[in-house]
Design a protein around this ligand. Structure first.
Ligand SMILES: NC(=O)c1ccc[n+]([C@@H]2O[C@H](COP(=O)([O-])OP(=O)(O)OC[C@H]3O[C@@H](n4cnc5c(N)ncnc54)[C@H](OP(=O)(O)O)[C@@H]3O)[C@@H](O)[C@H]2O)c1
Length: 279
């Protein structure tokens, strides 16, 4: 089985350098896919209250032969429950749905700046961490101005910022901000949700040179950037491919070539957190 390197979060939690995305993995089929991912070697598992699959994730964890303590299990607070009391109840509901005593990582899913409640939500995560419901707390889709406010108003810096990141949208500025503040960037849609990125001719050239697949080159690029990709696949053979990233390296020229594919409007679904909100 592949040994996955780890990165250390600002609170000491060790995060595998690659994780597993679970959006659209629901019900019995979802349990099977998540179980196969754990068997393949994934230890960082991503989910969200809004994916409606915390139950499937918890069931896969119980059916797996891997001890629960060896897994880093993530969920996320939805935008409609940012008010402090609702956020606390939602974290508890997330745990009940999964049948878990604690989450390893719990993230605010979107900042929803027009509602201006994300600092309140953050205070709820801080308290839930103190009470032992969550080991590490972070955010998703937070821009520098949102992170500045969390840090200034609560004194607590998120451990993780999970953002859209792939070669067509490389998030150079956000990654630099995160790094400067000791926040680990996780990459959502690291494969661009299998859009035209997976046919890109420049990446294909690099893949051929290494005798690897295009997804492997893309995911290796994330790892070398220091970002933690969480690719989703329902298929065991792809799950294995997406984890087999640690027997080769991209050189500087290859990293730069992939970096040059990024463009300002490269988001897959135009979800700019300054204006896009999700509840
Ligand atoms: N925080 C947020 O706001 C946010 C937003 C979006 C996503 N996420 C998280 O990030 C995770 C990953 O993002 P994502 O699911 O949007 O997209 P993704 O991981 O970039 O792409 C998933 C798609 O790629 C296909 N795929 C995976 N590996 C492949 C391979 N080796 N070769 C060819 N096709 C492959 C999958 O198909 P098959 O399943 O058929 O293999 C699926 O259609 C999500 O599952 C979720 O956990 C978070």
């Amino acid at each position: 089985m592949t040994t996955i390197p780890q990165v250390t979060l600002n609170d000491g939690l060790l995060l595998p350098a690659v994780g597993f995305g679970t959006y659209k993995l629901n019900g019995a089929a979802g349990i099977n896919s998540i179980l196969s991912a754990i068997d393949t070697g994934y230890r960082l598992l991503d989910s969200a209250f809004n994916y409606e699959n915390e139950g499937a994730l918890g069931e896969a964890v119980r059916r797996s032969s891997v001890p629960r303590e060896a897994l880093i299990i993530t969920s996320k607070l939805p935008g409609r429950h940012h008010k402090y009391d609702e956020a606390i109840t939602t974290i508890q509901e997330s745990l009940f749905r999964a049948g878990l005593d604690y989450y390893d990582l719990y993230l605010i899913h979107w900042p929803n700046p027009s509602k201006d409640l994300y600092v309140e939500a953050w205070q709820a995560l801080i308290d839930a961490q103190k009470w032992g419901l969550i080991r590490s707390i972070g955010v998703c889709n937070f821009l520098p101005e949102h992170l500045d406010r969390l840090i200034k108003e609560t004194g607590v810096t998120p451990s993780v910022n999970q953002v859209e990141l792939h070669p067509y949208f490389s998030q150079e500025k956000q990654r630099a901000y995160d790094k400067e503040h000791g926040i680990v960037t996780e990459s959502w849609s690291p494969l661009g949700r299998a859009n035209k990125l997976l046919q890109d001719p420049d990446i294909k050239q690099i893949a051929d040179a290494h005798q690897k697949t295009i997804p492997q080159i893309i995911l290796r690029w994330h790892v070398q950037l220091g970002a933690v990709p969480i690719p989703k696949s329902s298929k065991p053979s792809r799950q294995l491919d997406n984890l087999s990233l640690f027997d080769f390296k991209l050189n500087d020229e290859e990293m730069q070539k992939i970096g040059r594919l990024s463009h300002a409007d490269g988001r897959t679904y135009n979800q700019d957190p300054a204006i896009y909100e999700e509840f």
